[in-house]
Design a protein around this ligand. Structure first.
Ligand code: GLU
Length: 440
């Protein structure tokens, strides 16, 4: 069996967002499931827009998500290799120089559209005579280069979309090198995928037409196309994935307390026929990956839904998966997790239960009566209900007038986990002092 290798190939022209995170998650999970390797490729041929700051953020987010990579490459370091391939393709007539300016191309495009024809480049550059070329060069024009498509049907069996078919006659020869000599995305990507032995490519369906072009590029450089899977793009709740959501930074989600594995669990199942469930390790999530379960329609991404899922995720988080990040014992975690929203909330409740706080006494008569009624320890979860019903009958108070002052005295917070859970964690001595109004 071939050595499986996938890659995640971000362009460092922006921060890691939900859309490219999803692509990274799918690729990583597939590599894991198939026992293959995951490569990080930095697509930085666009030197004007690529920034180190963005690249650092991509790496940070991947590391935080646990999507570690086995190998990495940087396109800007491989220009010699691309040039070498281009020279070969030129000699084979598969890459040709063009001299049209952007305006001329625009006019040609409009003319075709006005006649109801698809705006496909007519290859007039192939008919230029050496004299015309010299004249253009003398004018100061620099060539851009196109890849010449062969006629015929281009086909591949997509892991998500099934059989995809394109007639090359309906596609324009793609520009692969700009006038300033810089590379566009298509060819370097194919050369890299070939050189690094990439076996599977998962990316957004916005790349489907690129794939048709690239299938011919793989053939031209003597390679075989990898397997392709094109993921339906995410849309926002209002239909289209808005700019804000499309670029929703994973860093911000992290700062908001969304857990790395909650993001991966959510993204891996969104738009599939499976329900979105919390996975507490990437390995298990990887084993559950089944690209055939992905639907063809564009799934809606709602950040509020992700946050609600995150709460569900946190409330079910096993202690063994979180012990290294929290400062509480297992019993404490198990008692309180069902009432928190983010992992960081546990610190507040640890403080309230185990450190000194200033209680808020609103009804001295009630709370001092409650203090005197506290039973001796040991305490369990049933302690609270017995105690509170005694407090109720002795004080004659009920409802909000009973529960609110007791909660404020015990925790100094109007809301929080159930008191039956908190009381044993606070312990008799602290509870007594707080109900009596002293700092404890
Ligand atoms: N740098 C390209 C992008 O971010 C990579 C696409 C691909 O996966 O081939 O869209």
């Amino acid at each position: 069996m071939t050595n499986i290798k996938v890659r995640f190939a971000p362009s460092p022209t922006g921060y890691m967002h939900i859309g490219n995170t999803r692509t990274a998650v799918f690729n990583w999970l597939l590599a894991k499931k198939l026992g293959g390797k995951f490569m990080l490729r930095i697509d930085d041929t666009d030197t004007l827009r690529s920034k180190k700051e963005y690249e650092d953020s991509l790496r940070d987010v991947l590391t935080w998500l646990g999507l570690t990579w086995d190998e990495e490459a940087r396109q800007s370091a491989r220009l010699d290799r691309y040039n070498q391939v281009v020279e070969l393709l030129k000699s084979q007539g598969r890459v040709y120089a063009c001299y049209e300016t952007a305006e001329e191309l625009e006019i040609m495009r409009k003319r075709l559209m006005n006649r109801g024809l698809p705006p496909i480049y007519d290859r007039s550059a192939l008919k230029l005579t050496p004299e015309q070329i010299s004249a253009y060069e003398a004018e100061g024009r620099r060539p851009h280069y196109r890849f010449k498509l062969n006629s015929g049907i281009i086909e591949w069996n997509d892991m998500v979309r099934g059989l995809c078919r394109y007639d090359a006659a309906n596609l324009a020869d793609p520009v692969i090198i700009r006038e300033d000599g810089s590379y566009l995305y298509h060819l370097p990507s194919v050369i890299d995928d070939f050189d690094f032995g990439i076996t599977h490519i998962i990316r957004g369906e916005d790349h489907v037409t690129n794939t048709a072009l690239q299938v011919q590029m793989f053939e031209a450089i003597g390679g075989q196309s990898p397997e392709f899977a094109h993921l339906p793009l995410l849309t926002g709740v209002e239909g289209k994935l808005s700019k804000r959501l499309g670029s929703l930074g994973v860093r911000e989600l992290r700062e908001d307390g969304v857990e790395a594995l909650a993001i991966s669990s959510f993204l891996a199942k969104l738009g599939t026929s499976e329900s979105i469930e919390p996975y507490y390790d990437l390995e298990t999530l990887a084993q559950s990956l089944d690209l055939s379960k992905l639907g063809r329609s564009q799934p809606k991404f709602d950040v509020e839904e992700l946050k609600i899922f995150n709460t569900h995720y946190v409330r079910n988080l096993p202690y063994s998966k979180i012990a290294h990040r929290v400062n509480v014992v297992e019993d404490f975690w198990n008692s309180v997790r069902g009432n928190i929203e983010k992992v960081s909330d546990i610190a507040l409740w640890e403080h309230i239960c185990c450190q000194n706080i200033k209680p808020e006494v609103e009804d001295v008569e009630l709370t001092s009566c409650a203090a005197e009624l506290l039973p001796p320890e040991p305490w369990g979860e049933e302690t609270y209900s017995k105690w509170i019903s005694e407090v109720k009958s002795v004080s004659g108070k009920s409802g909000k007038n009973l529960f609110h002052p007791i909660r404020m005295a015990l925790t100094a917070e109007a809301q929080g986990p159930e008191l039956k859970v908190l009381l044993p964690l606070i312990g008799r001595e602290r509870a007594y002092n707080r109900l009596m109004g002293s700092e404890a």
